[in-house]
Design a binder for this molecule. Sequence first.
Ligand code: ATP
Length: 239
Amino acid sequence: MLIVEGLSAGYGEVNVLSEVSIEVGHNESVAIVGANGAGKSTLVNAICGLIPTRRGRITKDGRDIHALPAHCRAELGIAVVLENRHLFGELSVRQNLELALNRGRLRKSASIQLGIQDVLELFPFMNERLNSAVDLLSGGEQQMIAISRALLLKPDLLIMDEPSTGLAPKVVKAIVSVVASLRGRGMSLILVEQNVAVAEQNSDRAYVMSLGRVVKHVDRGGWSEFARSELVTAYLGRQ
Ligand code: ATP
């Protein structure tokens, strides 16, 4: 589904990613873990087309997308929940969702066909808040709206950048259970997480990043053991 090969990318004069290669299969959930500043968000930005690729290739379903603008990648089924969510704070929950719904209509043949009613079932609190301005909601509620908005784009690859950061355990649990329910429904996931326990619960395998490189691939068989081992502290610091 997605293959990133030898990717270099960065900001202005600064090169952040060097020779990054990852693969995500159909219906697979892959975690990207690493300490602060490892380059995880930069990799997300590069995959979505928010920053340009300097070297390397990104292919989705066999098509080279590395030079396509971000909106074209969205139309090809890549949706992202960025770390700072990028919701329209002065608009209501309903308006934020409807904007995504309109874009999602462009993906007529998508295998995932979630509508507003479906995301309301995933996150029932939104039923009561549909007409509230997003700025008035809590961080956890905003995160759930950001995830809903991404789902309404009908992605076949959903990328989430640190969905649990700064949220109360109860909210993390709600988000984790929705992510779990998405797995196996024809959607691939890239889950960027510093919290290895959350990452391990929600992914099949992982790439560990450090200083802009992938320094370790943890396969299906070794993921649970790695997540509980001292190696996590060595790569990511104390959890
Ligand atoms: P965190 O877990 O703290 O979000 P991260 O692994 O996602 O970290 P990035 O945000 O990708 O790491 O940052 C990697 C490097 O790129 C850091 O050294 C950071 O200072 C630099 N960087 C990130 N964004 C920019 C930017 N807009 N301009 C210049 N440098 C940036």
